[in-house]
Design a protein around this ligand. Structure first.
Ligand SMILES: *Cc1c(COP(=O)(O)O)cnc(C)c1O
Length: 949
């Protein structure tokens, strides 16, 4: 009987579909399929214990009650997070719009032109505000961006510096403490020595290769770094600057005083604080360093008829191609948040941003003036939005805190008793009066209530920005809500998302992101909380995070968890870092080799290198499994310095290898650790787990298995779960007093999206989660059964079944007809589908992962489409269709081509655009023809201003 549990809505297959699907696969029951697929020696003996499932309605009440345990204070803590106003038009049409939040990273540019444009808007904003020619379209957070900057500068050392092993990175003592902590975590295994101190006193020596400074600095001071930067450059050092993006609307941007890299957070461009994240970090650099820049870059290109369009550029330097030689391990970043920040700038324009920045600065100036009168001693000469004060003799820091808290105000409290105030976009005249009241009570002096903030700033002329920014029309056309709403709509119509059709990307688990799971993101009780708010204001978050941690420990069979990593790849890095610290504690710090199967995702070798390890690649056999002989040989060969094995399970081939326990045992027999890449956890949940299998640590991609939407390329959450012996080495955070292995700006990473996973688990319950796993496997096997006689399935498990995904053979087709898997991917767009995973993990193939959320009708439609495409391929093969002018090589067919007066193809328009009936009922009109992959890389153009001519 159908109950009102989420599992009945989340899972696409109904009881009545079962018999047909099982018959097609050739098994009697779902249990039989699971028993044949998941090896018996790793099946859980004891059911995972989770709370009973809540209905959607109960969950909504429950999560609101949890939220109500968070207290929303007016917060002046600053330190990288500032209250901000998310324009309602952006909240409703982007953040809460499944077209934006369920789309995938824009690898298939022809069906991603909307988000590609939005992300190029973001890059343009960053380039303009920093005055740097080249920006990427986001990194995970400010602190990891700092670490990326350190690595990039290290990689860019001159030959001379490399010869002399110049390995010192200077970091000014006035960068945010969490930034310094993450730089330390990331730099040390690279052999980088981090020196901190006062930049004014610093003397460059030949062994320094780079430096990192902050603008304005952690105290709020705006420093004149011109002289320092000149000295650094004279000494052959690169200069990276952490800059407050909003301040650059008023301040001379770092690009105008010689910075080589500028990075920071874009949270205050309309992204809620979310108790620390998600928000997008930005990263900008000089043109000549483009091939060393981490992260994704959007560039201009043209389609095959010469129409201008967008494309993700320089993909050949990314980890999935370069693997251990990649510039970084960044895969998922913060696309949705970058999109929103870009739209914030589109909506406000240059004048709007200047007004916001000016109001903030004028408010700060005024408050500073009054506080001076009240007897507080200022520490800042020049500031934008942040001031640091020493208290008067009348009041202690703890009395100050008590007074402020009684008015529901959070200030920043420095260790030495000083107090900090950061003003933001939301600070109004009422807030100013409350703030001044607090300080006047503490000073035991009167002050007169203010009715308006004088329009006076305090910046010296030499600090004031003179150059223009955001001059492109896109920043000047959409300043009314109607225009903005339509602009957003115009872009989202160009993109395929889950709101249109199944996105069967193997390894990406594009399942349902239920609306009820997403509601908390719009609830100020979750979105409006600063990550450094005192503990008694975050009881709701604490309870949620603690309980979610317990659930994930149960599900993975592990003893500890860290929520800091903001992506799967960041989780890999963190897990390896934890392993390294553990090995050091056991006197095995010399162990430097990590075994990685050849089939691994590109982030695995890239993360291993980032964590200071050397990857050793181990072969796969003809069935796609780890070659046990090669594994043993390589383990033996490197036995003295073997640190770990990184392995994905089920394998990236979608197969449950039966020897997985033995693999773990071999690694352990050499005193090394097993890291499990948990990207394929959707095939394990409830039936087996990494702890039972014998791994020591795994990451989970909450944005795959656990229902956080992909956001067009982020946000992601990649928590790691670890066995007991690794718990003492988990990441900590300077806010809680320790910088051990800190990997994120915020103590709990992207806490703001954890309610989604929490909701998924609370509403599904263990039975629902198990059912999801089983149906994911059922759906993959159903597709395999229906496509095996045409395309063919590349790998199968021991008993002939696939796991939760399967690899479609396209190499024979290519050999016989010249039609490639890429042609098939592009032709799928004409049918309204996003391509499955292309050429990974096996070249010449497509990897399909339907997930449990798709219905039988959708699976059947997908099969019909694949079979229709197969027929089109046969027409090329048997000569019915032209070898060079056919629906496949010309795909996709954009709307402008199909409706044009000229039509010169050897086939009809109808065949191009309406190949089967279901397409007519749900046509997705494509905006551009096939995009030129090389043009945009030969000439890299990354802002809205640039064109090819
Ligand atoms: C998705 C994926 C990753 C990387 O995860 P991100 O969250 O994108 O960083 C790593 N390994 C495998 C097998 C994956 O599918």
């Amino acid at each position: 009987m159908k109950t009102d549990l989420l599992s009945n809505r989340h899972i696409g297959i109904e009881e009545k579909d079962m018999e047909h699907m099982l018959n097609t696969i050739g098994v009697k029951s779902l249990d039989e399929l699971i028993n044949q697929t998941i090896p018996s020696n790793i099946r859980l003996k004891k059911q995972v214990s989770l709370p009973a499932p809540m209905t959607e309605r109960l969950f909504t009440e429950h999560i609101c009650r949890l939220g109500a345990k968070n207290k929303i204070f007016t917060t002046y803590i600053g330190m990288g997070w500032y209250d901000t106003i998310t324009p309602a038009v952006i909240q409703r049409n982007v953040l809460e719009n499944p077209v934006w939040y369920t789309s995938y990273t824009p690898y298939q540019s022809e069906v991603s032109q909307g988000r590609l444009e939005a992300l190029m808007n973001f890059q343009t904003v960053i380039s303009d505000l920093t005055a740097m020619p080249l920006a990427n379209c986001s990194l995970l957070d400010e602190a990891t961006a700092a670490a990326e900057a350190a690595n990039m500068m290290y990689g860019l050392r001159s030959r001379e510096q490399q010869k002399n092993n110049a390995n010192i990175l200077f970091v000014d003592e006035k960068v945010f403490p969490q930034t310094l902590a993450v730089i330390n975590t990331r730099a040390v295994p690279q052999g980088i020595v981090v020196l901190t101190g006062d930049y004014k006193q610093f003397e460059f020596t030949p062994d320094v290769f780079g430096c990192i400074i902050q603008y304005p600095n952690s105290d709020g001071n705006v420093e004149d770094y011109r002289g320092f930067t000149e000295k650094a450059h004279a000494a052959g050092c690169k200069v990276s600057v952490a800059a407050d993006i909003l301040s650059l609307a008023l301040l001379v941007p770092p690009g105008e005083w010689g910075a080589d890299i500028v990075f920071g957070s874009t949270q205050r461009l309309g992204i809620p604080m979310y108790y620390g994240g998600p928000s997008a970090a930005y990263f900008a650099t000089r043109d000549e360093f483009k091939r060393s820049m981490p992260g994704r870059i959007i560039g201009w290109s043209k389609d095959k008829y010469g129409k201008l369009c967008y494309r993700m550029a320089l993909q050949t330097r990314e980890q999935h191609i370069k693997r251990e030689k990649a510039t970084s391990n960044i895969c998922t970043s913060q696309a949705l948040l970058a999109t929103m920040a870009g739209f914030y700038a589109v909506y406000h324009g240059a004048e709007g941003l200047k007004n916001i920045a000016n109001r903030i600065h004028q408010t700060t100036t005024y408050i500073n003036k009054i506080l001076k009168k009240l007897g507080y001693k200022q520490q800042n000469e020049q500031y934008f939005d942040t001031i640091r004060l020493s208290l008067t003799d009348q009041v202690s820091a703890s009395q100050m805190r008590t007074i402020a808290q009684s008015k529901k105000v959070n200030l920043r409290y420095f260790d030495n008793g000083d107090v900090g105030i950061s003003i933001d976009e939301t600070t109004d005249i009422h807030d100013v009066n409350v703030l001044l009241t607090i300080f006047s009570i503490a000073a035991e002096k009167e002050f007169a209530e203010v009715t308006a903030i004088p329009e006076n700033g305090s910046l010296k002329e030499s600090f004031k920005r003179k150059s223009t920014f955001l001059t492109h029309p896109v920043f000047n056309q959409y300043h009314t809500e109607t225009e903005m709403m339509r602009y957003i709509k115009r872009l989202d119509r160009k993109d395929i998302s889950l709101a249109h059709s199944m996105i069967s990307l193997g390894s990406c688990t594009m399942k349902l992101n239920a609306a009820a799971e997403l509601f908390p993101l719009s609830n100020p009780a979750f979105s409006g909380i600063h990550p450094f708010a005192p503990e008694d204001q975050v009881e709701g978050y604490s309870e949620l995070i603690y309980n979610l941690g317990e659930y994930l420990k149960q599900i993975t069979g592990f003893a500890g968890v860290s929520f800091q990593p903001n992506s799967g790849a960041a989780g890999e890095y963190t897990g390896l870092r934890v392993i390294r610290t553990y090995l050091i504690s056991r006197g095995k710090g010399n162990r430097s080799k990590v075994l990685i199967p050849a089939s691994a995702h590109g982030t695995n070798p890239a993360s291993a290198v980032q964590a200071g390890f050397t990857p050793i690649i181990c072969a796969c056999d003809e069935f796609g499994n780890v070659d046990m002989n090669d594994l043993r040989t390589k383990a033996e060969e490197h036995k003295d310095d073997l640190a770990a094995l990184m392995i994905t399970y089920p394998s990236t081939h979608g197969i449950f290898e039966t020897e997985i326990k033995e693999i773990c045992a071999i690694i352990h027999s050499y005193g090394a650790q097993v890291y499990m890449d948990g990207a394929n956890m959707n095939a394990q949940v409830g039936y087996t787990n990494p702890g039972t299998i014998g791994a020591d640590v795994c990451h989970l991609n909450l944005h795959k298995t656990f229902a956080i939407p992909h956001g067009g390329g982020g946000p992601g959450v990649g928590p790691i779960c670890v066995a007991k012996h690794l718990v003492p080495f988990l990441p900590e955070h300077p806010f809680f007093g320790s910088s051990q292995n800190t990997v994120s700006s915020a103590p709990y990473g992207s806490a703001g999206v954890l309610p989604i996973t929490y909701g998924y688990i609370r509403m599904m319950g263990i039975e629902g989660l198990k059912q999801a796993t089983a149906i994911a496997i059922l759906n993959a096997n159903y597709l395999a059964a229906r496509l095996k006689d045409t395309y063919g399935i590349v790998y199968r498990g021991a008993n002939g079944f696939v796991g939760h995904e399967m690899i479609l053979e396209c190499r024979n087709i290519s050999n016989e007809t010249g039609i490639t898997e890429n042609d098939i991917a592009k032709r799928l767009m004409d049918y309204g589908y996003h391509a499955p995973t292309l050429s990974f993990p096996v070249h010449g193939t497509l990897m399909v992962e339907p997930t449990e959320s798709e219905s039988l009708a959708e699976l059947d439609n997908f099969v019909d489409v694949m079979l229709s495409i197969y027929n089109e391929i046969q027409e090329v093969k048997d000569g019915t269709a032209d070898k060079t002018d056919n629906v496949l090589v010309n795909a996709p067919h954009p709307e402008y081509e199909v409706v044009a007066d000229n039509w010169s193809h050897a086939y009809s328009r109808e065949k191009a655009a309406y190949p089967i009936q279901s397409v007519r009922d749900n046509k997705f009109w494509i905006n551009v023809a096939r995009v030129d992959n090389t043009l945009g890389d030969r000439k890299l153009l990354t802002t809205r201003y640039e064109t090819f001519d």
